[in-house]
Ligand binder design. Structure first.
Ligand code: C6P
Length: 410
């Protein structure tokens, strides 16, 4: 396996080459959104410069070129996540939209007394759509909690019953960085006849995904967290489920025939894509997938693992620094959330920014988890392919400086 040549790869990311507060930028907010390589920026520019036209409508050359490029990316996505067919790939605005669409489908199925299971480590995008679906149908929303900073699989097993209709879980938590054993969970969920929905926002950018091997029913992710543009995402669904699922949005593009009182839908996947889609976003996503595929997802994962193995003990050695989630590094990705002494994480993040280090601070759109951890907020460093051990050293050095500065004033 060829290791990532970070020095060389960083040349593709012009944004990284800048000073922030007179310090070289160390970008460690990749779980929020990643930077875009020149290849993605170029693909967007080329599309608008040479091919821009609406898709699936025109017969002129530009329209056919735009449509061909758009649909080629659908196949590329299907190959990337090992879907059975490109019919199973729906373009969305992002993970949030995908999860909302599935929860909308759930509203058509759920009966009073049915059960939906999610976990305490979910992002709000995988909580609120289910709260709404349960509120509207009279179904019950139950939570799986944590054991040793990981998902409590025994707790999940105890909750599963013949009334369980949907289980919706993050593949990787955006706060704890822990990887949930989705393949094993799929067996447990299917054994009671329920559907498994997976929020792949924090896994797809960082590891090879095979939706058939995982045997998930639905899988949602966002382009902007994997080097692609914002505003584009994917919802994968097993074909037989997408066939019975109703469209969520109605309008142009998604219809076959419209009469005064009725309309009929196009076949999969187009029945879900009402209106002019984010064509440039799809093209950019295709370029991002090509970039990641060329590196190899195994190399991406190995690089991040290397960084985590290097950084984690250094963070653990900082007195007063609390790291959330499992201490078992084999089960973690490059997302590390922490608090330092009694300092507010916003102060920590601001102090780090003075040193050029970009981290996120707050509740990370996971308030139930933050509350469950007994915190009000946390700081979070999240790594990606262009981060180096020098970036990790800079984070540690900046944290020590922050500690020294505030302890002097506490
Ligand atoms: N998390 C973070 O800083 P969208 O916004 O639709 O692209 O992704 C939503 C989402 C869903 N699930 C998980 C696990 C996520 O991490 C996110 C986005 C960002 O953690 C922004 S809040």
């Amino acid at each position: 396996m060829t290791k990532i040549d970070c020095e060389k790869l960083r040349q593709d990311f012009p944004i990284l080459d800048q000073l922030v507060n007179d310090e070289p930028l160390v970008y460690l907010d990749n779980a929020a959104t990643t930077q875009k390589p020149a290849q993605v920026l170029q693909a967007l520019e080329n599309y608008y410069k040479t091919d821009n036209a609406n898709v699936h409508r025109g017969v002129h050359t530009l329209a056919e070129r735009a449509t061909a490029s758009y649909e080629a990316v659908r196949q590329q996505v299907a190959d990337f996540i090992h879907a059975n067919s490109s019919k199973e790939i729906l373009f969305t605005r992002g993970t949030t939209t995908g999860l909302n669409w599935v929860a909308h489908f759930a509203q058509e199925i759920l009966q009073p007394g049915d059960q939906v299971i999610i976990s305490i480590m979910e992002h709000h995008s995988n909580i609120i759509p289910w709260q709404e679906a349960c509120r509207k149908t009279g179904a019950k929303l139950d939570y799986v909690y944590l054991k040793d900073g990981e998902l409590d699989l025994d707790g999940l097993q105890d909750l599963l019953s013949s009334r369980t209709r949907f289980v919706s879980l993050a593949h990787v938590s955006n706060v704890l960085g822990v990887v949930n054993p989705i393949k094993e969970i799929a067996q447990m969920v299917h054994a009671v006849g329920a559907y498994l929905v997976v929020d792949g926002a924090q896994s797809t950018p960082h590891m090879a995904i095979d939706v058939q091997d995982l045997d998930v029913d639905f899988f949602a992710f966002s382009g902007h967290k994997m080097l692609g543009p914002t505003g584009i995402g994917v919802l994968y669904g097993k074909e037989e489920l997408l066939e019975i699922m109703s469209p969520v949005e109605f309008g142009g593009e998604m219809i076959d025939f419209v009469r005064e009182q009725t309309a009929s839908w196009k076949e999969l996947p187009w029945k879900f894509e009402a209106g002019t889609p984010n064509i440039a976003g799809v093209i950019g996503l295709g370029a991002a997938i090509a970039y990641l595929t060329q590196i190899g997802l195994d190399q991406v994962q190995a690089h991040e693992r290397d960084l985590v193995n290097y950084l984690f003990p250094k963070l653990q050695a900082i007195p007063g620094l609390t790291i959330y989630g499992s201490q078992d590094l084999a089960k973690r990705t490059g997302v590390i959330s922490f608090n330092l002494d009694e300092l507010h994480p916003h102060d920590v993040a601001t102090a780090l920014d003075y040193e050029g280090v970009a981290v996120r601070a707050g509740h990370h759109c996971a308030q139930p988890l933050i509350h469950h951890l007994g915190a009000t907020a946390a700081a979070r460093a999240s790594l990606y392919i262009y981060n180096t051990k020098a970036d990790c050293d800079k984070l540690v050095e900046a944290l020590l400086k922050t500690k020294e500065f505030f302890n002097g004033t506490l």
